[in-house]
Write a protein that binds this ligand. Structure first.
Ligand SMILES: Nc1ncnc2c1ncn2[C@@H]1O[C@H](COP(=O)(O)OP(=O)(O)OP(=O)(O)O)[C@@H](O)[C@H]1O
Length: 260
């Protein structure tokens, strides 16, 4: 089904049932690697697979369920599993066990280069994004002028994006990622921490974009950002769900632990 960017979504769902993700560490038999990984307090747990390779268990038996209207903050220390969780929700990682189900178009917005092809022009990247999301070519072209204007990249939009500076890349990525609003928006806080001038201009766009999304999942280290954008939270610790529920309750517990 194709839904236009301005269409607000009636019903979206995202659920994870008993999901585990682990990464094999090649040459992981080395004692020094084992030792250094074992001393990392907050990251995934170490285990070994059937071939006796060391693996990092980035997510273990994670279950959660979200519906339209849920604005979910993913919080937790470095290495707690937040990015892995976003990636598994986006279908970038296959869970080793468990099931991820979704109803609604998913837009990942947590990796600056995700969905951007360096060898094609800015314009073609915008077109590609729209086509991947299933929008008709006519609708993409109709929105092109507005998107191009927003990037302020002018003639640069005609040349391959690998020639862009990092600031220009941010503008293009931001414009591409927010040009067609998704039903399920998976986001990292980078988008909310761009350069100040651009962010002021981008603020409205982000707000409208987030509002139109049925479900938002936002990984963030900032209590302020979480409170501002979210109504629920999931606190991850060492690949597991430590606490989930109302944003205030979870943040209070998390901050209580962080300052204790
Ligand atoms: N590609 C990978 N290969 C091996 N281990 C990985 C890989 N990606 C993540 N991990 C491990 O999985 C665990 C969870 O990492 P993840 O990036 O999901 O944490 P995070 O909560 O997003 O951390 P941060 O807040 O620092 O971004 C960590 O122990 C990490 O080292």
């Amino acid at each position: 089904m194709t839904i236009s960017a301005n269409h607000s979504v009636e019903h979206s769902e995202l659920s994870l049932d008993n999901v585990s993700v682990s990464f094999p560490i090649y040459h992981g038999g080395s004692r020094s690697l084992k030792k250094s990984l074992l001393f990392r307090g907050s990251g995934g747990q170490l285990a070994s697979d059937a071939s006796h390779r060391i693996t990092v268990e980035a997510l273990r038996n994670v279950s959660m369920e979200f519906r339209t209207g849920d604005r979910v903050a993913l919080i937790g220390n470095n290495g707690a599993g937040k990015t892995t969780l976003l990636r598994v929700m986006a279908g970038i990682y296959e869970p080793v066990t468990g099931v991820v189900k979704s109803c609604g178009r998913i837009s990942p917005m947590f990796d600056i280069s995700l969905g951007i092809d360096g060898d094609i022009s800015g314009y073609d990247n915008i077109r590609l994004r729209g086509l991947i999301l299933g929008l008709p070519a006519r609708e993409i072209e109709e929105r092109m002028a507005d998107i191009a204007e927003f990037t302020e990249l002018g003639d640069y939009l005609d040349i391959p994006v690998r020639t862009y500076s990092s600031g220009m890349m941010t503008r293009l990525t931001f414009a591409v990622a927010t040009c067609f609003s998704p039903e399920i928006l998976l986001m990292d806080e980078w988008i909310l921490a761009g350069d100040a001038g651009f962010l002021a201009k981008a603020q409205h766009r982000v707000e409208a974009f987030v509002e139109q999304a049925g479900i938002l999942v936002l990984a963030s280290h900032s209590t302020e950002i979480c409170r501002r954008w979210c109504n629920k939270a999931v606190w991850m610790e060492r690949g597991e769900v430590k606490m989930a529920g109302d944003i205030s309750a979870v943040l209070d517990s998390y901050n209580g632990v962080a300052v204790a």
